[in-house]
Write a protein that binds this ligand. Structure first.
Ligand SMILES: [Zn+2]
Length: 251
């Protein structure tokens, strides 16, 4: 017989809540972080994203100002070196902004009723990456003070930066408010508590904490569907969560 005891385990550092777990027969259940104010938290992440993106564009503008001879910042530095430095700074500010934006959209998903709006909202970072890198690319290739080789090097770095920013900003697994609501209904249909479970390397969430999928897991996280979604788990395990057809839903 396994001895039962209680301990406190920190799940994530940015959490102010205590994450307690109980010891099961052979499996620890860790309570995932739950947000009390998802919309408010998402708003903070979105503001952070916009600040990062603005700083990125400021870096681009500085590079363009030096390229066009309007400023003489770090005059000892070569023009090519200066432009490369500020393109890299542009990227360093840009990517975290997009990651914050995507996180906000997973905490507080948008409605997918308007597909175009939904796509633009989720991939705003990818759209803005064009604004944050394409102008400087054009200024590099049309510059009169850089020779062909310098244009090639600085231009290639800026194009690579644009590609990195564009791909990093794209949401490959966007979630909608409707999808989350539907997932919550499916879970409630089998488990009134609305709690789901997942392990560290799970690709799906479960309602049964003894689901065969956990046979090798020592730690299982417990949380709401929203918490699972925030951890990028958006697929239900069909062994323990039967599919709820749209017409079975009562609205
Ligand atoms: Zn399962």
């Amino acid at each position: 017989m396994a001895k039962k005891e209680k301990k406190i385990v920190k799940v994530s550092d940015d959490s102010k809540d205590t994450n307690s777990y109980t010891l099961d027969e052979n499996r620890r259940i860790i309570k995932a972080k739950e947000r009390k104010d998802a919309k408010g938290d998402a708003k903070k992440y979105r503001i952070g994203a916009i600040v990062c993106w603005l700083l990125a564009i400021v870096m681009e503008v500085i590079a363009i100002l030096r390229l066009t001879g309007r400023i003489d910042l770090f005059s000892k530095m070569s023009l090519m070196g200066f432009v490369i430095l500020f393109v890299i700074l542009d990227l360093i500010f840009f990517v975290p902004g997009s990651l914050l934006w995507k996180k906000a959209n997973h905490i507080d998903p948008a409605s997918e009723k308007d597909k175009t709006k939904f796509w633009i909202w989720n991939n705003l970072g990818t759209i803005l990456s064009i604004l944050a890198f394409l102008p400087v690319i054009i200024f590099i290739f049309t510059n009169k003070d850089l020779d062909g080789k310098q244009k090639g090097i600085a231009g290639a770095i800026a194009i690579i930066a644009l590609l990195i920013a564009g791909v990093a900003s794209y949401d490959f697994n966007p979630v909608s408010a409707e999808q989350l609501a539907h997932a919550e209904k499916e879970v409630k249909a089998v488990s009134p508590s609305g709690k789901v479970y997942w392990a560290k390397h799970s690709k799906k969430y479960h309602v049964d904490k003894d689901c065969p999928a956990f046979s090798r897991s020592e730690e299982v996280y417990e949380g709401s569907v929203a918490a699972a979604y925030e951890n990028n788990l958006t697929d239900p395990c069909r062994r323990c969560i039967p599919e709820l057809k749209e017409d079975e839903e009562k609205e």
